[in-house]
Design a protein. Structure first.
Length: 160
């Protein structure tokens, strides 16, 4: 048991964990545009004009929905291929909804196109509830501070 756990705090960042993915989001101007690097891939995020942004890219919530939808589609495609099921197309429709008292929820509709029987469709819908991103979002994955790296420029200020 770590000292943090012994005192009721969060476990040490990194203790027993292996990094499975990483991204860096950088904001360098007065506007809301953010450049994102995930592995060798580059993305961007921004806010719409109505929120003070320039609407040059999808919103952070749009990226979250994109991650959930793409993970769902990829996982179902992989499963169907392994089983050699006739899945032609997976289309995942997502919505981020705001409710009373600041409640939010994500709606998801999955369209499975292909000559699948009822049992295959049911199994794929079951698998969709257990994709990595679905689990991370629905379980409320903790966000913990990471250890700071030595600064090579700027003031070296870091926050998890």
């Amino acid at each position: 048991m770590t000292a943090a756990e012994a005192t009721g705090g969060a476990p040490e960042a990194g203790a027993g964990f292996v990094r499975a993915a990483a991204a860096v989001a950088t904001s360098t101007a007065d506007d809301y545009r953010v450049d994102i690097r995930s592995g060798r891939h580059k993305l961007s995020a921004d806010e719409p004009d109505s929120a003070g942004g320039a609407d040059t890219a999808t919103t952070p919530v749009g990226l979250l929905l994109s991650a959930l939808g793409s993970c769902t589609a990829i996982t179902l495609r992989m499963y169907a291929q392994r089983k050699q099921w006739p899945l032609d197309t997976v289309r995942v429709h997502l919505g981020y909804e705001k409710g009373p008292e600041k409640a939010v929820r994500i709606t998801r509709r999955i369209d499975l196109l292909g000559d699948l029987d009822d049992a295959q469709r049911a199994r794929l819908f079951d698998i969709a509830d257990r994709t990595p991103v679905t689990r991370a979002v629905s379980a409320g994955t903790p966000i913990v501070p990471a250890a700071p790296r030595a600064s090579t420029s700027g003031n070296g200020a870091h926050h998890g």
